[in-house]
Design a binder for this molecule. Structure first.
Ligand code: EPU
Length: 339
């Protein structure tokens, strides 16, 4: 039985902890619920917001429509061969719990993605990534329901048009599908990705002599806990901006002016610059304006200390964009979705 709630505070449903109100909220537990929902008389006349963990979302105002909270659960081993397992998880499973499940089973490929907030179903939307790994590397397929027709569609890896923090679900297919489950192809024999940032150092500090899926996961968790605020303590949505990719020529020019500017070569013509560095140079790191601000240990993360409004955070983001553009001539684009 579907229950429709009216005038619901979305505060518990977004990791920024913004207290905006939804006109209606429905929680779906299984595929049948999704079909029932799509047959309700008013479903297609209202704006719809499909919500996973609400961890990449900024609510800038009340939502005068229908919020659909995805609670589909379940993890199952679909098939295996000598080298791989194909494992499927319901869209409403917590991403981190799913990673922990796979780490415990000894299935490799997503251990670097430990402790990322959000749900399994939201992970492909923006091709979540961290410490040199993105979900597109192990993503096999997903099942989704087409909102307009109720038909079930399968999207394989190529269909999703994955890019850096990007997919078809943020572009052409935006708002058109409800993802119900995601299937990954994980390896029985791990290939470790430990060259990014502090992973190697952290493993050494932890006294790890021989790498394992579990130790890499633990190192990632340690680094994330030390740098990124826990949404349960301080409202935030992880990186607020994407790391900008700029022409190599512009990077070389900036380097003459700012010799310390970090950059990762993407290809012959493009360099990716950490937005956190640019924002920190502008003096924003740790800055607090009333109830909101820029995190003290990672300038790429905007925070709500409690009682902050989405519109205030949006305004702060604009100011940061303007000042970075003025100083470096680089436009920052948001990673977080505005509603
Ligand atoms: N830096 C600063 N000051 C800061 C933050 C970063 O100078 O306040 C510079 C440093 O040079 C540092 C470099 O930026 O070496 C990279 O920083 P970090 O390793 O923290 O990663 P990031 O590029 O800021 C990205 C992802 C994170 C992901 C980490 C680790 C994006 C937008 N963000 O951040 O993803 O956890 O790499 O792989 O690509 C998220 O998407 O929500 C997220 C947290």
């Amino acid at each position: 039985m579907l229950t429709i709630q009216s005038n619901v505070s979305l505060k518990p449903y977004n990791t920024f902890g913004i207290d905006a109100t939804a006109r209606y909220l429905i929680e779906v537990e299984n595929e049948e619920d999704i079909q029932t929902l799509l047959q309700l008389p008013n479903t297609h006349s209202l704006p719809m917001l499909i919500l996973g963990g609400g961890s990449n979302l900024l609510l800038t105002q009340d939502f005068n429509g229908l919020v659909v909270k995805i609670n589909l659960k379940g993890i199952s081993l679909v098939k295996e061969d000598q080298e791989y397992v194909w494992v499927r998880a319901g869209a409403g499973e917590s991403w981190h719990n799913f990673v922990m499940y796979c780490v415990e089973k000894g299935w490799a490929g997503i251990e670097n993605l430990s402790l990322i907030p959000g749900t399994v179903g939201a992970a492909p939307m923006q091709n979540i990534g961290a410490y040199g790994v993105e979900i597109k590397d192990t993503f096999d397929r997903l099942e989704a329901v087409h909102v307009a027709t109720g038909e079930k569609h399968i999207f394989n890896n190529a269909d999703c048009h994955f890019g850096y923090r990007n997919s078809i679900f943020k572009n052409e297919a935006k708002g058109q599908y409800i993802i119900s489950s995601v299937q990954f192809k994980l390896a029985k024999k791990p290939t470790f990705h430990v060259s990014y940032g502090d992973i190697q150092n952290t493993l050494e500090q932890m006294g790890v002599k021989e790498l394992s899926i579990k130790s890499v996961s633990e190192a990632v968790i340690k680094i994330r806990r030390s740098k990124l605020p826990d949404p349960a303590e301080i409202g935030n949505a992880g990186s607020f901006f994407k790391n900008p990719e700029i022409p190599s020529s512009q990077y070389e020019t900036l380097k003459t002016q700012y010799p310390m500017i970090p950059g990762y070569v993407i290809n012959e013509t493009t360099v990716k610059v950490p937005a956190g560095w640019l924002i920190e140079q502008n003096g924003w790191k740790g800055k607090r304006i009333g109830s909101i601000g820029v995190h003290t240990r990672q300038a790429l993360v905007l925070v709500n200390y409690g009682g902050g409004k989405g519109a205030e955070i949006q305004q702060l983001a604009r100011k940061i964009q303007e000042s970075v553009e003025e100083q470096f001539g680089i436009r920052l684009y948001t990673e977080v979705n505005f509603v």
